[in-house]
Design a protein. Sequence first.
Length: 576
Amino acid sequence: MYNLEDYMLALSKYVLIIISIVILVRCIRSLLSERVEPEIWGYLRYEGQDYPLTHWENLIGRSLSADVRIVAPGVSRSHAVLRRGGSGKWRVYNIFSRGGVWIKNQKAGASGLAVESGDTINLGGQKVRFRAVTPDKRQKQDLKRKRAGYGVSPAGTLLDLTLFQLTLLLQHAMSPKQKELQAVALAFVALIALEWSCYHFMRFMNRSGFEIETIAFYLTSIGMSVAASSVPGDMLKQILITILAVVLFAAMGWWLRDLERTMSARSTVVIGSVLLIFINIVFSDAVLGARNWLNIGGLSLQPSELIKVGYIYVGASTLERLFRKNNLTTFIVFSMFCVVSLALIGDFGTALIFFVTFLVISYLRSGSFATVFLAVTGAGMAAFLAVSIKPYIARRFSTWGHVWDDVYGAGFQQTRAMSAAASGGLYGKGAGAGWLKDIVAANTDMVFAMVCEEEGLIIAVIMVIAVLVLALFAVRSARQGRSAYYSIAACAAMSMLLSQLSLNVFGSLDILPFTGVTFPFVSRGGTSLLCCWMLMAFIKSADNRRDASFAVRAQSQDTDAEEDLSDWEVWQPREK
């Protein structure tokens, strides 16, 4: 006979699925269905044609990839870069031209020349006139663009998320296996208070878009449920780490707001990352064959997770549109150092994620498949060497596809993960009611299977789709990005998260070798959660919808831009 609690549990499963679908659909409508409206920061006039400058770094030349394409004698394929600083000042740089770049009889070099509204720029004998859009006119232009979240209320989506979290908490309360229920309840209440505080803070900062944060909080909520099931005694620690992660997200957003400051800190980030790697190599403890954990004052820290943020920070700032060969060399050396160091300490999964991210950054900068092919070839040789040196990595590859041949040995974890995932069916057993949580690394490396068991396959698939939505949005935003830095950083951050997701999901199901990496936001691990939220800051900065990103100050604060000259008021700009 079924009792009332059984009916309530069954109802809660359907409620979780319905609310998850609603949240996902609302975020998709807001992030992916709204038309992208480019921002205009200035104009170049050449032979009566007005070219709008829709980026902060605009490549000028004959090539098809140029932002302002001028096909004329004396103009090189990649001739110059016209760049807008964070304060609104413009500079022009000569990059690979033969004819040079001149302003007022001064030749632009590596440090560039200042450009004011109305100036004539000589590009190898071809003259173009520059006009910067004043703050007032830019504000008028911006007001014509649709505000982020205009079609779907962010507050309504966040209310749906709150109902999702309360339903999860109800399932934990009904589970006979649940321990430390009071601590679990306090953690969920604190998480709800945190997300609403974050929402109101963004509203106070005049930011209307909240979909990126909503998806991150949705995944974090599932991660909170995983922690409540597997380690209920650590709920206070889990919520404190979550609060710190959100604070770091906001701090990163504030820091990225000033692109000049961000770029100038590149060397400091490189040095800090290298020191972290050295500390990791010297003082780390081996866990399941990989020496990637540091114990400090009773707390475990994974330096490789923090280095992920630094790696993207350096990669995007080094390989922006305006770059030099020595910067490119520095990044390649830094990449090799990171990947080789991670391979030496046995963190093969993270090394693979770094390498995939390197390929994405390299292609976004160069656009050359040949460069990527050479990098892949070199990585294949390095992987063969790592497998030869690290026996436990070789054993994982030998087990791949044969886990059922040794269910009590090499295939112990994955066979249990697949069995638990299958037992959960479409709707799951309910939060806290599973048994996979008692297996080693179930709440980290095999968390996808654990979610399948407790919340069902549908919720697990929605969890994956939520990350894919962020990836599609990052790519979409990159095409209209204000700065190459934000575009490259956002795509690199998503490539890192997608690599983690793929290795975690397919590795636990024996579709790919089991590498032991975490599922973004969901796997238990404080350092991993901190990293994921900080990566969200890169994606948020690339959001060029009106009043969405914290990379652009409010119009009233941008007072340093040049004023238009009166004789430019007669312009009737035409699209390129």
